[in-house]
Design a protein around this ligand. Structure first.
Ligand SMILES: NC(=O)c1ccc[n+]([C@@H]2O[C@H](COP(=O)([O-])OP(=O)(O)OC[C@H]3O[C@@H](n4cnc5c(N)ncnc54)[C@H](O)[C@@H]3O)[C@@H](O)[C@H]2O)c1
Ligand SMILES: [Zn+2]
Length: 477
């Protein structure tokens, strides 16, 4: 299997045997990523005005030549789309070449029984006889595996793989395999190093060239901390920085990776719930300035994010609640009660949602703004508290309450799961901060609200008095 790289500016090509469900899956993935879906078989039928069995009737060689031509043509179109390829298309060397250059290729797996059940009555030329069908299955399986960057059976898997996010219980122990080739420098804070540093080092084995420590929490996201890391790094441009820790560690180390030698590869290994569902996904890295949080940074997508939900077992309840606020936010955006799921599934679903939004809008030019649900209010409360006694999670829980109220929706989920209590901050300072928020355009506040759970609305304007009242309701007077 080739090294996995994010499918940011490439097509996502689904390959696999007939009956694997490539078209259904392709449509769903395209919808989530805001991309066009192209079913190459259907394209071929549209172009020639003839059905696949008719074209096949001219002889398999004739059909394969046509199929290869259309597949290669479609792979050379832009913008990046999601494509479902014909089951036999990989027989062509030109198609395989075009896939390597132009696509992130996902093998949609199916077992032969299911595939046969689905296609035996379809009239497809190569699904006439069960024994022939099975023989072909066996022959083609290694061809798909060879061409694929990843394998999947459902949409979350495709999206996670396309974003280079690997979610697996116990994956910390497999870090050595999951970090792409090159010397590795391991970066974490003292607490995380104390709990998981040794496991990470063992797993990286001979690849590990140095170990570094960042200060804990926001102290990591300072010019001084990153400067110290720059000085200590000895990697060359083929090296890879491995950031193991919470959002502060991955933000700061990711920024160091973005800037050191003008950018080296990095792998994020998030160890907090905030990190696993949010901070380590989407390629934003940043440090803070005295003037404000995240003011200096870069978009630098990790070559891989290794999410091991088992690491959450040692996370203090207080930190878990920080992440739960983002999980509830994601659940409201996706329209599913994600917070009810066991950790491993919760992390996987929430991470997949963020991956899809970020793949759709890697540079935060529009659609990604939905992730700010509740955050306009949250940032205002945090700023008014001088980032001292109101944590981000607390502020987000309150912000979600305000967003739901302004959306005219039930607030029960937020109240039951997050139990937000009004905070004591200066209401005028909060209001001033809300109006300064970077999501303000042409002097007016634009909000992310919900038409319904699962249906976010961006850029919503509300009368100032309503917004101010919603903010004031979050503050204890
Ligand atoms: N880049 C992004 O897209 C993005 C998104 C969301 C948040 N963030 C940033 O993330 C930061 C917050 O991250 P955070 O909440 O993960 O905080 P954090 O990184 O400060 O970690 C919180 C605390 O938990 C400890 N810890 C981490 N993993 C642990 C584990 N498994 N067991 C026990 N203790 C553990 C850490 O040592 C630290 O003391 C903020 O600076 C925020 O701006 C970035
Ligand atoms: Zn947040």
């Amino acid at each position: 299997m080739k090294a996995t790289v994010p499918a940011l500016d490439k097509h996502i090509a689904l390959v696999g045997f007939m009956g694997a469900g490539k078209s259904t899956l392709g449509r769903e993935v395209a919808e989530r990523l805001g991309r066009t879906f192209l079913d190459v078989d259907a394209e071929l039928e549209g172009l020639t005005g003839r059905s696949i069995p008719q074209l096949f009737g001219e002889g398999e060689a004739f059909f394969r030549a046509k199929e290869a031509k259309v597949t290669v043509e479609r792979l050379h179109t832009s913008p990046p789309a999601v494509l479902a390829l014909g089951g036999g298309a990989l027989g062509s060397a030109q198609v395989r070449d075009a896939l390597r250059q132009r696509a992130f290729t996902v093998h949609v797996e199916v077992d032969p029984e299911d595939a046969w059940r689905r296609v035996r009555d379809s009239g497809r030329p190569l699904a006439q006889d069960e024994l022939d069908f099975r023989a072909l299955f066996t022959k083609r399986a290694p061809v798909y595996a060879e061409a694929a960057d990843a394998t999947a059976t459902e949409a979350d898997e495709v999206v996670l793989a396309a974003a280079a996010v690997h979610v697996e219980a116990g994956s910390l122990a497999r870090l050595g395999e999951l970090v792409p080739a090159g010397e590795a420098a391991l970066v974490s804070d003292a607490r995380v190093a104390g709990i998981y540093g040794a496991d990470a080092q063992v797993s990286l084995g001979g690849r590990l060239s140095s170990v570094h420590e960042l200060p804990e929490r926001e102290e990591a996201k300072t010019v001084d901390a990153v400067t110290a890391l720059w000085h200590a790094l000895r990697l060359d441009r083929t090296g890879v920085l491995v950031a193991l820790g919470g959002g502060c560690t991955t933000d700061a180390a990711g920024f160091a990776a973005a800037t050191y030698l003008r950018g080296i590869h990095w792998v994020a290994v998030p160890s907090t719930l905030v990190g696993q569902v949010d901070a380590a996904i989407g390629g934003k890295t940043a440090i803070d300035l005295p003037e404000g949080k995240n003011l200096v940074g870069a978009f630098h997508w990790p070559v891989r994010t290794v999410v091991d939900p088992v690491l959450l077992a040692t996370l203090p309840e207080r930190e878990r609640r920080e992440g739960l606020a983002e999980v509830v936010k994601t659940g409201l955006l996706s329209g599913e009660p994600l917070w009810e799921l066991p950790d491993a599934q919760l992390v996987r679903r929430a991470a997949a949602y963020k991956c899809a939004v970020c793949l759709r809008d890697p540079h935060d030019r529009g659609p990604r703004n939905v992730l700010n649900l509740g955050h306009t209010f949250a940032h205002a409360l945090e700023a008014a508290a001088g980032y001292e006694h109101v944590t981000h999670g607390t502020a987000v829980a309150l912000g979600l309450l305000a967003a739901l109220r302004l959306s005219g929706l039930d607030t029960a989920a937020v109240e039951d799961v997050l139990r937000p209590k009004p905070v004591r901050v200066d209401p005028d300072a909060a209001w001033a901060a809300l109006q300064r928020d970077k999501k303000t355009e042409d002097g007016r506040v634009r909000l992310v609200l919900l038409e319904a759970p699962g249906k976010p609305l961006r850029g919503v304007e509300r009368p100032e008095t309503e917004v101010r009242a919603a903010l004031d309701a979050l503050i204890s007077h």
